[in-house]
Ligand binder design. Sequence first.
Ligand code: ATP
Length: 185
Amino acid sequence: MAEEIPVRVAVRIRPLLPKEILHNQHVCVRVVPNSQQVIIGKDRAFTFDFVFGQKSAQDEVYASCIKPLVLSFLEGYNVTIFAYGQTGSGKTYTLGGGHVVAASDEEKGIIPRAIHEIFQSIAENHNTDFTVKVSYIEVHKEELRDLLELETSSKDMHIREDENGNTGKQRDRSPCCNSVMSVHS
Ligand SMILES: Nc1ncnc2c1ncn2[C@@H]1O[C@H](COP(=O)(O)OP(=O)(O)OP(=O)(O)O)[C@@H](O)[C@H]1O
């Protein structure tokens, strides 16, 4: 049985962008070697469950802190992976990988890697029927936008919780509630 995983926090430091280098900006945060600690400025230390430095690769982030969650998810646990940070801090890059469709394999972020893992596991499980549902919703200034069905009016969508504690999109006239990513067997 998979280990019960509580909330864990990972911090990833992104490299300076060319325009930041051009403006002579400097990185003000550094990773303490062989620890899960970062130092901001001179001496303000913060400890996290995972710390990824500027040179961290997408596969390193996935393998160490995401893959175990995807495996738990495949065993039936509810899992949430949440990217948080100010604008331009690297949420989209880490989750999706730059230009999602065109990204090279190394550049692919969490979402394409997790989807690949889920479908690979389904393909190997010949004795089980799976149903995979996915929603892709933008929440911006209290407005919901269905990114897979742009014509859906935000007035017709609500984020609700079902009796199993799954949170998902629900349309007014539809009785089904889709988890953001759920697999049923
Ligand atoms: N680890 C990284 N390595 C290389 N480039 C990165 C990394 N993280 C982010 N970037 C680059 O930094 C820029 C900003 O990143 P990104 O768009 O992912 O930020 P964001 O947090 O999603 O911003 P917003 O909230 O405004 O959507 C992009 O050009 C992205 O390619």
